[in-house]
Structures are given as structure tokens and as C-alpha cells.
Design a protein around this ligand. Structure first.
Ligand code: DC
Length: 216
């Protein structure tokens, strides 16, 4: 799919690689809007759990994804009028989200909403797992962020104060395996993406480095 005329920056990578922080700051620096596509998959998962759907039941979950009203902004996440900003980061949603994100029907709907989001704005910074590989293969800049597993687990366990490091590390390893091993758009580095290991870099260093790729 060509995205002629759109200024899209695609940032992909596994959990805890620094995507969200970097994408937000880079968007600010470039005067673009930012979309956390992982929050969209989390929001669909939240909606499914609220309706007592089995996250693995592909058809009803995909049907729900097609009709659910999602507002994902810097201020928070609203699902069918309900503020789900906190719950989408909680353990129940986090446990089920990889199953929902592996559902091809859910993915097709989210990808179409993500393309529409960028089209309306003339572009933007989108972060996720498949932005450079599937959603915007012609993005102006594709970035793949990664970090050593222990660094990623330490970052995530700081964000979720109620879970200990071992639990978070095990959850990240489980989700990595599911996100990389699924049939539908697995997490993968696009061949032409700029790869950055963020383990030993500050956020400012990463944002500077990426901004240079765009200016230069
Ligand atoms: O980045 P995150 O942890 O909030 O993402 C939540 C889940 O959604 C994660 O298991 C991977 C999945 N995801 C995806 O499959 N494709 C995306 N573009 C973004 C997230």
C-alpha cells in the first residue's frame, strides 16, 4: 500500500524497548501526532473481557473489534464511552492481549483504523509491532527499537509497581514468544528499518539520533 503524501514515522519493537516514550517525544519534536497502537489492541481486549467473551474465541472478538468505539489519545483511552486508561495496563488485559492481537480479524480492523487515523492527519508517529512491516510499508522513516531482555523487564516493572521483577520478566518473555510466533503479522524488523539498541542510551540520545535520520 502506498501512502503518498503522508508523513509517517513507524516505530516498532518488543515490550519495554522504549517505543512509547521515544515515539511521544519524537512526535512532539516533529510537530506530529502520536498513536499508541498497542493501546488499541489492549482496548479491544478490555471490551471483550467486559462482555465476558473468551479472548480466544476468534469470531465474536473480531465482530466486536469491528464495532467498538475507541478513542486512543495522549489523555487516555476511552472504550465505548468508558474510561479504560488504567484497566488496559492491568494484569487481566495484559494476560489476554497477545491472544486478541493474534486474531486476523481484529488486526485487519485495527490496521484499517490506523491508516485512517494517519490519513486524516497527513501522517503521524505510530508505534507498535507491525507498523513498518504491514501498516505503513512506505513510511518516511522506519525504526526498530530493542533492548536486552533484563533491561526491558526492569523498565516495565518500574511502570507496574504492584508486580515484582520476576513476574514482569516472565510475562514479557511469554508475550515476546506469542507476538513473534503468531501467523498474522508477527513482530519483525522491516528490512529497511533503522535498528537501535536502547539498553544503554538515554531517551534524549535516542530521540536525537532518530531526528537526525529525518533531518539528514
Ligand atoms: O505495546 P503493548 O505492550 O501495549 O502492546 C500490547 C499487545 O498488542 C502486545 O502483546 C503486542 C500487540 N500489538 C500488536 O500485535 N501490534 C501492534 N501494532 C501493537 C501491539
Amino acid at each position: 500500500m502506498s501512502n503518498d503524501g503522508l508523513r509517517v514515522i513507524a516505530i516498532d519493537g518488543p515490550a519495554g524497548s522504549g517505543k512509547s516514550t521515544v515515539a511521544r517525544l519524537l512526535a512532539e519534536r516533529l510537530g506530529l501526532e502520536y498513536l499508541d497502537t498497542g493501546a488499541m489492541y489492549r482496548a479491544v481486549t478490555f471490551a471483550a473481557l467486559r462482555r465476558n467473551l473468551d479472548p480466544a474465541d476468534a469470531e465474536p472478538v473480531a465482530a466486536l473489534a469491528a464495532k467498538v468505539d475507541l478513542a486512543v489519545t495522549l489523555e487516555g483511552v476511552v472504550v465505548d464511552g468508558v474510561d479504560a486508561t488504567i484497566e488496559i495496563r492491568g494484569p487481566e488485559v495484559t494476560r489476554a492481549v497477545s491472544t486478541v492481537a493474534a486474531n486476523p480479524g481484529v488486526r485487519a480492523e485495527m490496521v484499517s483504523r490506523q491508516r485512517e487515523w494517519a490519513r486524516r492527519r497527513g501522517g503521524g508517529v505510530l508505534e507498535g509491532r507491525d507498523i513498518g512491516s504491514v501498516v505503513f510499508p512506505d513510511a518516511a522513516l522506519k525504526v526498530y527499537l530493542d533492548a536486552r531482555p533484563e533491561v526491558r523487564a526492569a523498565r516495565r516493572s518500574k511502570e507496574v509497581s504492584d508486580l515484582d521483577y520476576e513476574t514482569v520478566a516472565a510475562d514479557i518473555a511469554r508475550r515476546d514468544a506469542l507476538d513473534q510466533g503468531r501467523d498474522a503479522s508477527p513482530l519483525t524488523r522491516a528490512g529497511d528499518a533503522v535498528e537501535v539498541d536502547t539498553s544503554d542510551l538515554t531517551v534524549d540520545e535516542i530521540v536525537d539520533l532518530l531526528a537526525e535520520q529525518i533531518d539528514g
